[in-house]
Write a protein that binds this ligand. Sequence first.
Ligand SMILES: Cc1ncc(COP(=O)(O)O)c(C=O)c1O
Length: 383
Amino acid sequence: MRPPPPAEPIGMPIDEIDTPVLLVDLDDLEFNINKLSTHFSQAGKHLRPHTKSHKTPAIAHLQLQAGAIGVTCAKLGEAEVMADAGIDDILIANEVVGRHKIPRLMELARRCDIMVAVDDPDNLADLDTAAAAVGVQPRMLVELNIGHDRCGVPFESDAVVDLCRAVHNADNLRFAGIMGYQGHVVDLPDADERETGARQCLDRLSTAVANVRAAGLQVDIVSTSATGDYYVSTTYDAVTEVQAGSYALMDAAYGALDLGFRHALTVLTTVTSRPTPEQVITDAGLKTLTPEHGFPLVKLPSREGIEVGWDPQGLRFLECHALSEEHGRLRAVDGDCHLQPGELIEFIPGHGCTTMNLHDQIYAVRDGRLEAIWPIAARGKVR
Ligand SMILES: Cc1ncc(COP(=O)(O)O)c(C=O)c1O
């Protein structure tokens, strides 16, 4: 067997790293993490960042060091990775069902403080039985449908109080509170529409919380919201913590909302072909980054002061218009592009969360040099 290629040395200039490769700019990452942490501490609310966006324990630890109270995960497998990395306070903002996963959840509850969403009485009974078998008492958040129409008990139904009471009465589960996620509004491009939509959902959440409290139950945690509406959520008395995820890395889709975060995540890619004066082909395609939220924006690291493809002032002269498996296809918008094969471009991915899931590692860089290589340890953990 061939030996693996040597790891790139720390301190290497980024333009010497083999491509395609995921980069995170540490100055930009730290800016984003500190911006949101400061907002939450000033608002007297908690931030529990969603790790589905980066799947990287090293980034989760930076978020915790900056004041996050714990992490949110989408999948049990992600939560296991975060627990392996020494993180204790973990919310799985999703239902965990069935004979394969519930025993795993209870094993996880032996080694960290795990919280999980629940929206069904039968699932609740299964969780209670499994918790008893292992001798643990995990915390539960009852999930409400506050408008996204995905998981959750309908916010206006009597079932909300009934399910909360059932959790409270379960011998081996702890009722911690309520969660609701308004994923259908958090990325609306119009800021007013986004805020109005978020307020409608957060009003529903607040009403349901009041009803549960009026029924005599203690609601310690009310968890909600995302990057696109974080500033709305902190104006609500009922909300105690927020699950924002994308703010840390910031992709092109979220960047268009102008939320004041920086694009920390890029894909470094090499120009491999210039078949015509207008066409630029690179080595990053669908197996390197995902296009479901739009094609990547283009940034030219080698040309000081020029970042193209996303500048509203019209610096755009090169745009990605197609991705095939291993090729990015770009065109020079005004025909004036001097890039030659071998030169480098950075892509700002359209969707960061699914792009991260394609890679084993992310290269952490500062001032154009490699500072660390971090495993994306939760990539592929879809179970
Ligand atoms: C339940 C839940 N909470 C929070 C988030 C975080 O969203 P964002 O990455 O937009 O901040 C998501 C995103 O899909 C989610 O599904």
